[in-house]
Design a protein around this ligand. Structure first.
Ligand code: KG4
Ligand code: ZN
Length: 348
C-alpha cells in the first residue's frame, strides 16, 4: 500500500512515497533558503511561486527513482494546513489533480498531525504518548491518543519556539533558519554566562503553557548592551539561550509526565517532534526527564523532524487505514487546530 505525499506548507517543497509498513521509498526535499535569504525570513508570495516552479519535476523524479506510476498508489496525501495559504494551495491543487485524474483517494493532512505521527513511522510508537511539538510556527504539549484524537495540554501564549530561535539568530546577524546556527555556535559557548528568563515555568496558574517573548526580549537587550559582540559573546548568548529553552521544555515535560501518571493515562513514550526537535542539545536534556519518569524518549531522525513529505504520506496512510478519505471539495486551511474527539476536555 503505497501513498504519494506532498508538502508545500512553508518554505520546503517535498515529495515522498511511503508504504504501509513504514518504508520510505523516496523523500525528496528542496529548501528555499536561497530564495528567502536576503529577506531574513520566509516571504509567502516567493514561497508559493517557488513551489510551483519545482513541484511537478519533483513528482516526476520521485516516480522515476522508484519506477512507479500513479496507478501504483493507494492514495494521494497532501498537507492542507496549517501554513501559508499560497503554498498550501499549490500542493493541494496538485494532489487533487492527480487524485481525480487517476481516481485515487484524496487525503488532506494536517501538518501538525503529520509531525506528531512521525514517531509511528520511525519507531512504531503505540498510543497514547506524550508529544512536545516544537516548530517554526508552534509549541505544543499534547497527548496523542489516536490518529484523530489529540489532547492539548498546553501551548505557547505568544511566539513559537522556532520563531524565538530564528529571531535570536537574526539579531546576531545570521540568516533563516536560525535554529541550526544557534545550535552550532552554542557548542563552544558557556550556557551559564547569561541568566535569561524561563518565562511562566514557576507560575502554576499557567499550567502547561509556554511563553518565549520575554526570553527573546532579554536576549535582544543583552545583545544591545554588549555591542559590539566578540565571537565568545555570540557563543555564550547562543548557549545561554538554548539552555533556557532546554530548561523550559524539561520542566513542562516533567510536569506533563507526572500529570499522566496521576491521572492513570498509560503513557509509556515521550516524543519530541517538529523542526526544533532536530536540536541535539535539547534532545539530550529531554532524555533525562523521560528516564526519571520511567518512559522511553523517542526522537525521529533529524531529516524527519524538519518539514518533509514522508511524514505527510505516513499521516495519509494512517487516515487510510482508518477509512478516512477526504472529498475533493476540501479547501486548504491556513489555521487548522489538531483534531480532538468530541467531549475531550482540553486543559487551559
Ligand atoms: O517543522 P519545521 O521544519 O517547519 C515548521 O513547521 O515550522 O520547523 C522549522 C523551525 C525553524 O524555526 C528552525 O529554526 C527550527 O525549526 N530548527 C531548529 C533546528 N533546526 C531547525 N531549532 C533549533 N535547533 C535546530 N537544530
Ligand atoms: Zn513543520
Amino acid at each position: 500500500m503505497k501513498v504519494l505525499g506532498i508538502e508545500t506548507s512553508c518554505d520546503e517543497t517535498s515529495v515522498a512515497i511511503v508504504d504501509h509498513r513504514g518504508t520510505i521509498l523516496t523523500n525528496l526535499v528542496r529548501t528555499q533558503f536561497e530564495e528567502h535569504k536576503k529577506f531574513m525570513g520566509v516571504v509567502p508570495e516567493i514561497a508559493a511561486r517557488a513551489h510551483i516552479d519545482v513541484l511537478p519535476d519533483m513528482i516526476r523524479q520521485a516516480l522515476e527513482e522508484t519506477h512507479l506510476t500513479f496507478k501504483d498508489f493507494y492514495g494521494i496525501a497532501v498537507t492542507a494546513g496549517p501554513g501559508l495559504i499560497g503554498g498550501l494551495s499549490v500542493g493541494v491543487m496538485m494532489a487533487k489533480a492527480i487524485a481525480s485524474t487517476h481516481d485515487k483517494p484524496f487525503l488532506a493532512v494536517n501538518h501538525l498531525v503529520a509531525h506528531a505521527l512521525t514517531t509511528r513511522l520511525t519507531h512504531q510508537t503505540p498510543f497514547p504518548y506524550l508529544v512536545l511539538l516544537v516548530s517554526g510556527g508552534h509549541c505544543q504539549l499534547l497527548i496523542a491518543r489516536d490518529v484523530d484524537d489529540f489532547e492539548l495540554l498546553g501551548q505557547t501564549i505568544d511566539d513559537a519556539v522556532g520563531e524565538a530561535f530564528d529571531k535570536t539568530a537574526k539579531l546576531l546577524g545570521y540568516g533563516y533558519p536560525g535554529g541550526p546556527q544557534i545550535e552550532e555556535k552554542a557548542k563552544t559557548g558557556d550556557p551559564t554566562r547569561f541568566a535569561f528568563p524561563r518565562p511562566l515555568i514557576t507560575h502554576p496558574r499557567y499550567g502547561f503553557n509556554f511563553s518565549f517573548s520575554g526570553l527573546k526580549t532579554a536576549v535582544r537587550e543583552t545583545i544591545y548592551r554588549l555591542n559590539p559582540l566578540s565571537q565568545c559573546d555570540i557563543s555564550d548568548i547562543c548557549a545561554s539561550f538554548q539552555q533556557a529553552v532546554a530548561d523550559i521544555f524539561t520542566k513542562r515535560a516533567d510536569q506533563a509526565l507526572k500529570y499522566c501518571q496521576a491521572n492513570a493515562i498509560p503513557v509509556k513514550h515521550f516524543v519530541i517532534a517538529g523542526g526544533v526537535a532536530s536540536n541535539h542539545y535539547i534532545r539530550e536534556a529531554l532524555i533525562g526527564v523521560a528516564g526519571k519518569n520511567q518512559v522511553e524518549f523517542v526522537a525521529p531522525p533529524v531529516k524527519l523532524c524538519t518539514d518533509n513529505a514522508a511524514m505527510v504520506a505516513w499521516a495519509g496512510l494512517e487516515k487510510l487505514k482508518k477509512g478516512h478519505i477526504d472529498d475533493l471539495s476540501v479547501a486548504p486551511r491556513p489555521r487548522w487546530p489538531l483534531p480532538s474527539r468530541k467531549g475531550r476536555k482540553c486543559l487551559k
